[in-house]
Design a protein around this ligand. Structure first.
Ligand code: T46
Length: 140
C-alpha cells in the first residue's frame, strides 16, 4: 500500500500471532504512533452499509485510524490529490494528519474502526464544509 496524499503515512503495529490462541497487537504512544495519544474511540455496529462517515478535516488534531475487524474504504483528500484505501488489516493504520479531508464507507459486516487521537474532542477543530477546506488547504 502506498500513499500519494500529503500529511499521511502508513503505520504498521507489531503483531504477536499465537496461532489458534489469537493475535496481540500493540500501539505505543510516541513510538509507532507519532504523537502522544490523548483520546481513543472506536466505531462499531455499522449496520447501514451505504453510510458515509467522516466528510471533514481537522485543523490541528492528528489521528491514526485502524480497521480492527472487517473492512472499509478510507477516502483521503489533501486538497489536491485524492486516494481511496481498502482498510482490511488489523495492525495496519493510516495517519490522518492535519488538513486531510477523510471519508469512511463501504463497511463490511462486523467492521470495527479504532482511532487514536492526539487531542481531546473539540468541534472547533473540525472543518466540515468541503469548499472551506479547499480554500484553507490552498493557503497551507
Ligand atoms: C474523525 C473520524 C475518523 C464526541 O462527542 N466526541 C468524540 O470524541 C468524537 C470522535 C465524536 N463526538 C461526537 C460528535 C458528533 O456529534 O459524536 C458525534 C459523531 O461524530 P462525527 O460525525 O464526527 O463522526 P465521524 O465518524 O464522521 O468522525 C469520527 C471523528 O469524529 C472524527 O474526528 O476523524 O471519526
Amino acid at each position: 500500500m502506498q500513499l500519494y496524499v500529503k500529511n499521511s503515512s502508513i503505520i504498521t503495529l507489531p503483531k504477536i500471532k499465537d496461532n489458534r490462541d489469537g493475535n496481540l497487537i500493540i500501539a505505543n504512544s510516541l513510538k509507532e504512533i507519532p504523537f502522544e495519544i490523548k483520546r481513543v474511540y472506536y466505531i462499531n455496529q455499522l449496520e447501514n452499509s451505504v453510510s458515509v462517515r467522516g466528510k471533514h478535516a481537522h485543523k490541528e488534531c492528528e489521528q491514526v485510524i485502524f480497521c480492527i475487524n472487517g473492512s472499509f474504504l478510507l477516502g483521503l483528500d489533501d486538497g489536491t490529490t485524492q486516494q481511496k484505501i481498502l482498510m482490511n488489516q488489523d495492525n495496519v493504520g493510516v495517519l490522518l494528519g492535519k488538513m486531510l479531508w477523510h471519508t469512511m464507507e463501504d463497511f463490511s459486516p462486523g467492521c470495527v474502526l479504532l482511532v487514536l487521537a492526539s487531542d481531546y474532542y473539540d468541534e472547533s477543530d473540525y472543518i466540515r464544509d468541503y469548499e472551506e477546506f479547499i480554500k484553507l488547504s490552498a493557503k497551507t
